[in-house]
Design a protein around this ligand. Structure first.
Ligand code: ASP
Length: 359
């Protein structure tokens, strides 16, 4: 059942609100360099806000200019810096209704997923957004996405980290960038979006709503994690090389429901060997929809039998970020398995998942 917020409230006509805008770069903040004929982040936050032709209504927007990064250059330490910035502004201004983070679309789902794990229970929306065309170009999607995000951060009844883009609200850990050029860059994988932006803010059940609580800020990470896509012909020795390089966790994107070769170029022995060396192996699916289920086929059960962990219906991006976050807390194999299966922020749903619980 959709829950529609009253129009008058969504329009911000009766209420004042306060939102912090954290800018990190991306196309939305990019400028065209006529010399080299490329786009590169560099627009000031002031110029970005001036792209909103009708202003921001009753919403006071506090600015925090963090980086001017193309998100292809974002690294795990940038996730921690974004989390620290949000923690700081939230402590400085407890009256904030929400936070908007502008970010490049290329790696937005990684950063937004990282913030989901690093900041839990904030009780108010953390909204990531960006655009496909720089905000100052007349037909840019930037102003609309930014305005929609400010609107959700100010008035949306959401208490979790999300991505607002092209009129849709996606849970951060469930979104994927599926389209490189379309304004509709992101989709939610499996669970429907958390909401849509129409004349009203229309939000669906299953999301975490605003709530008063003690936030948990925990940015510990082990970034020695690897994402490996399986393809026909992949030599299994690559797994051993990754472990030898010192990596502590590998997400293997298997075929279909997490299936891997078990005959020619079998990965089973290599998985067993790296798991024995203390490197966690998680199996996700190359499919956008559906989930890894290591119990279905002989070619997936074999990996589970030698110690691989299922990512269930987590996206590979969310599984990778979660593995880095989990390994930042423990290296005990049993605990890693338990934490990977636990639902922290709505990133995973399967019959045994416990924890987050939505609305
Ligand atoms: N390369 C850009 C970035 O991710 C693409 C975008 O923002 O759409 O920063």
């Amino acid at each position: 059942m959709p829950i529609t917020q009253p129009l008058v409230k969504a329009l911000g006509q009766t209420e004042r609100a306060k939102v912090c805008l954290v800018t990190t770069g991306g196309t939305i903040s990019s400028v065209y360099d006529p010399q080299t004929e490329v786009l590169r982040p560099g627009m000031s936050v002031q110029t970005l806000l001036e792209s909103l032709p009708k202003g921001m209504g009753n919403v006071e927007v506090v600015q925090r200019e963090l980086f001017q990064l193309d998100s292809a250059n974002a690294q795990p330490h940038h996730w921690q810096e974004i989390a620290d910035a949000i923690k700081d502004v939230n402590e400085e201004m407890p009256d904030l209704d929400g936070i908007v983070v502008t970010h490049g679309t290329d790696t937005m789902v990684y950063s937004a997923a990282a913030i989901s794990f690093m900041i839990q229970n904030l009780g108010k929306p953390i909204v990531f957004t960006g655009s496909q065309i720089p905000a100052t170009i007349p037909w840019s999607d930037g102003p609309r996405n930014l305005l929609d995000s400010i609107r959700v951060a100010a008035f949306g009844d959401i208490g979790e980290t999300c991505i607002v883009f092209n009129g849709e609200v996606h849970r951060a850990t469930r979104a994927k960038k599926l389209r490189a050029n379309s304004y509709d860059a992101f989709d939610s994988m499996d669970p429907t979006p958390l909401g849509i932006l129409a004349r009203d803010i229309v939000l669906f059940e299953g999301r975490k709503i605003r709530h008063e609580s003690e936030p948990i800020f925990d940015t510990r990470l082990d970034d020695l994690v690897w994402l490996l896509k399986v393809f026909p012909g992949l030599p299994p020795g690559i797994l051993l090389r990754i472990a030898e390089l010192g990596y502590h966790g590998i997400v293997i994107e298997g075929f279909g429901s997490g299936n891997l070769p078990t005959q020619e170029n079998a990965l089973t022995e290599a998985i067993q060997s790296v798991v024995r060396k203390g490197c966690s192996v998680v199996i996700s699916s190359q499919c956008a929809f559906g989930q890894a289920d290591l119990s279905v086929y002989e070619v997936s059960r074999a990996a589970a039998d030698v110690g691989a962990i299922s990512a269930y219906d987590m996206t590979s991006e969310a599984a990778l970020v979660k593995l880095a976050w989990v390994l930042g807390h423990t290296s005990e194999a049993d605990e890693v398995e338990e934490m990977m299966a636990k639902d922290y922020v709505g990133e995973v749903s399967f019959s045994g998942a416990v924890g987050f619980g939505g609305t």
